[in-house]
Design a protein around this ligand. Sequence first.
Ligand SMILES: Cc1cc2nc3c(=O)[nH]c(=O)nc-3n(C[C@H](O)[C@H](O)[C@H](O)COP(=O)(O)OP(=O)(O)OC[C@H]3O[C@@H](n4cnc5c(N)ncnc54)[C@H](O)[C@@H]3O)c2cc1C
Length: 436
Amino acid sequence: MNQEYTAFWFRRDLRLDDNAGLFHALTAGKPVIPVFIFDQHILDDLPSRDARVEFIRHALEELQAQLTKIGSTLVVKYGKPENIWAELVGQYSIQGVYTNHDYEPYARERDEHLAEMLREKGVAFHTFQDQVIFEKDSILTQQGKPYTVFTPFSRTWKSTLTPEMLAPFETEKHFSEFWKSEAQQIPSLASMGFSVSGLSFPPRIPDKEIIKVYDEQRNFPAVEGTTRTGIHLRFGTLSIRKLVRVAKALNETYLNELIWREFYMQILWNFPHVVNNAFRPEYDAIEWRESEEDFRAWCEGRTGYPLVDAGMRQLNETGFMHNRVRMVTASFLTKHLLIDWRKGEAYFAQKLLDFELASNNGGWQWAAGSGTDAAPYFRIFNPESQLKKFDAQGKYVRRWVPEFGTPAYAREIVEHKFARDRCLEVYKAGLAGAKV
Ligand SMILES: Cc1cc2nc3c(=O)[nH]c(=O)nc-3n(C[C@H](O)[C@H](O)[C@H](O)COP(=O)(O)OP(=O)(O)OC[C@H]3O[C@@H](n4cnc5c(N)ncnc54)[C@H](O)[C@@H]3O)c2cc1C
């Protein structure tokens, strides 16, 4: 008789431990074939030196090493998921495909189509909540509506949380359920059209000493005061349940940041229009400036504002930018240069190793004033006072802008007071004329 299997599809959950969907697959009673697909729909749009593809490949190598030890193997394919699944269910007698929820618009559509295609072939598609503690519409106001302001959301998040929600899924007790097979190859970067980036990646386990003093240190970009877990949460090499347990024990401010992540995820789920439009529709009436020259100067860190330039260069060189500096650079592009937040958002999306559609969009709309919970538009960051407050010694700036303080350093591309007044005028006119 044909051997029947269950398949587990890894996507944004590249770990064997404490993985909800994997746990359910392993306890479904059939040998489990673990699968990863390098999705051509996504990869085709990326530049050839995209370090995130390299990060994923490293994570798969680690998974492969763990699986090989127990006589199993990961099946890694390159192609379009609909074709790969058609091929896999034709090759093996797969009864069910298990996976974890993915909340981004592309993923939602992909999963809907796949579920239907598999159903037609008699294969069930089971999905589980894994990458957040509260998903979709599981935290609502008393009126049954999604929250659009962070503080009440976080209050309800905390009061609804129970210890069981943070309990790990004990996958390791069921590793004998993985199918037995010779190790299979993982496609090389080159075979998929990618090259090595030369960037380095932060460690998977966040430093507890940083978390303990997070509230005191997190705002100073010259200090190693944040945990760099973004990329690990993005690709699921770290379990959010594990991280929330640590945060709860060590630092409330750190926990709040993890809740910001969930806040923006539920915003994206409940208000998908934010992907292309302002959360507050009246902000779509603002007349943004078109200036390729100013935009390039911002991208390349040549604005003459040291904190902005340092941030953009850190981003370009390392794929990371400190949160305080993300706020300052985003504010500078949208308010001082009056360039559409969508252009900045797209640039960050291309460069950030920890790029996350929900948080990136939320951060940009916050900076532009068009988002949930945004500071009123007339509050405009002064990049010079931000520098004095958060990098008073200029340590961070000098690390990224070595010519800072020398005649070789760029002149300010726009004068602060002029830019501030222009911004207020254009925003005011846009909002007054908005037809919503
Ligand atoms: C314009 C702009 C764009 C941003 N783009 C992204 C993005 O693409 N991906 C992303 O993960 N974060 C983004 N953020 C939020 C924040 O800047 C990063 O999460 C943080 O800097 C990542 O560094 P870290 O891992 O050391 O974070 P830590 O400070 O150590 O925080 C731990 C984790 O909490 C979460 N977190 C922290 N701050 C926020 C926040 N404000 N909003 C949502 N989640 C948060 C992240 O998952 C982060 O990894 C953006 C912020 C702004 C202002």
